[in-house]
Design a protein around this ligand. Structure first.
Ligand SMILES: Nc1ncnc2c1ncn2[C@@H]1O[C@H](COP(=O)(O)OP(=O)(O)OP(=O)(O)O)[C@@H](O)[C@H]1O
Ligand SMILES: [Mg+2]
Length: 386
């Protein structure tokens, strides 16, 4: 064994989206990736979405989308206060990606210069604004420079058009929009429809979970004119991974350092994750830190870390009543329909109405989660002695 102990595991547990060069670490998702490769290669134009809870692997999947004979660019959106700033950021990021391109570099640089100037004016103004006294500020406010939404949109349209003309087929991937509030995402995409729905352009957005949920149940009112279905050609939903996939991911990452973890550790981390790869990496990372001087990470170490983080979480206000705690204990290994849960609770002394409300509350607090239409206690809470 290495005398550095389990600290050698830390770099192997880094949470970062995988790229093509890390394909050794990729598990599952072949189906979603080849579907996206196919559809983006063959669709003449249109908007697609990739949806899923945070940390489930949206960016990772998007990094593997490389359709043949298609020019691909990915942009990230990071300025997010308003719809206008999302558009500015989109234009700026795309222009930055294209500024050294032989075909469209010139147009891209023009866009970048324009936006830099715009933002400087906005910033300069708000700086001056904060230096003025209150009375003058009131007066100045009416002359405040605004985000020039229409001009920015026109430029984005132009840049995209030039790129499509030069490259024949253009796939634009817009990642990180998923952190947005639902309404803002919809408003931005809606406002850009004319610029985005053009021949030979396919756009893929990563989307917040909430949008997908409404898309499926088809209740989403897009605006007066229509709903989500009319805007997205399709939305690919990334389901949580299976426990087996999570274990495979960990085995691939730890590889020749597998001896540094006790066998059951991977099992427990996979359970804890509920199929979310980020959660598995996070809890292991945390546990390695908690036990940095050990020469092997054992199940008992990981269980201690889990207990600690869950208790911290609960102490921030997600309190459980005695009944709810009792139910969590009783349901520890259950996996099945709602009726089965109500039956177990009633057999153990819960009144019918109490069983119902305890069930509802545990679902709402995400102590009970749904997988393939069946319920189970989240792996986050399975190992905790309340
Ligand atoms: N299919 C996979 N195989 C192996 N590791 C994965 C897979 N998908 C995701 N991961 C790992 O899980 C973590 C989260 O992935 P990623 O950043 O792609 O998720 P995300 O859905 O884009 O998250 P966010 O909502 O924060 O943008 C990363 O550390 C990544 O390496
Ligand atoms: Mg991401």
């Amino acid at each position: 064994m290495d005398d550095k102990g389990i600290s050698v595991l830390i770099p192997l547990l880094t949470d970062k989206p995988l790229r093509e060069s890390d394909s050794d670490w990729l598990v599952n998702r072949q189906e979603e990736i080849s579907y996206l490769n196919n559809i983006t290669a063959h669709l003449p134009f249109g908007i697609l979405g990739v949806a899923g809870e945070t940390g489930i692997g949206k960016t990772t999947v998007l990094n593997f989308v490389k359709p043949s004979h298609v020019y691909v660019q990915t942009v990230n959106i990071s300025l997010r206060e308003t719809m206008e700033s999302i558009l500015y950021d989109l234009l700026y990021s795309l222009a930055s990606k294209l500024e050294h391109d032989n075909d469209v570099g010139e147009v891209a640089r023009e866009c970048k210069d324009w936006i830099t100037e715009e933002v400087a004016t906005l910033k300069g103004f708000s700086l001056g604004f904060s230096m003025l006294g209150n009375t003058e500020a009131k007066f100045e406010k009416s002359r405040a420079p605004r985000f020039n939404f229409f001009a920015a949109r026109e430029r984005l349209g132009l840049l995209i058009e030039e790129t499509v003309n030069a490259k024949r087929k253009f796939l634009l991937i817009v990642d990180e929009l998923d952190k947005e509030k639902k309404e803002d995402v919809l408003r931005v995409i809606d406002a850009l429809k004319t610029q985005l729905l053009i021949e030979n352009l396919v756009v893929v957005f990563s989307l917040p979970f909430a949008i997908y949920r409404e898309y499926v149940s088809d209740r989403m009112r897009w605006n007066e004119a229509g709903n989500l279905e009319n805007v997205f050609k399709d939305i690919v939903f990334l389901e949580p991974l299976k426990a087996l996939d999570i274990k495979e991911m960990l085995v691939k990452r730890l590889d020749r350092y597998l001896d540094f973890v006790e066998h059951d550790v991977l099992e427990v981390a996979a359970d804890f994750s509920d199929g979310n790869p980020r959660d598995a990496l996070w809890i292991l990372y945390k546990s390695v830190y908690d036990n940095i001087h050990e020469d092997k990470l054992r199940k008992v170490h990981l269980l201690n870390t889990i207990n600690k983080v869950v208790k911290e979480y609960i102490s921030t206000g997600v309190s459980l009543t005695e009944n709810q705690k009792k139910a969590v204990k009783l349901l520890g290994d259950y996996f099945g329909p709602k009726e089965g849960i109500l039956e177990i609770l009633q057999k153990n002394g819960f009144k019918r109405t109490t069983a119902y409300s305890v069930f509802e509350q545990l679902v709402e607090k995400r102590f009970l989660i749904v997988r393939d239409g069946n319920y189970k206690i989240s792996g986050k809470f399975k190992f905790v002695d309340f």
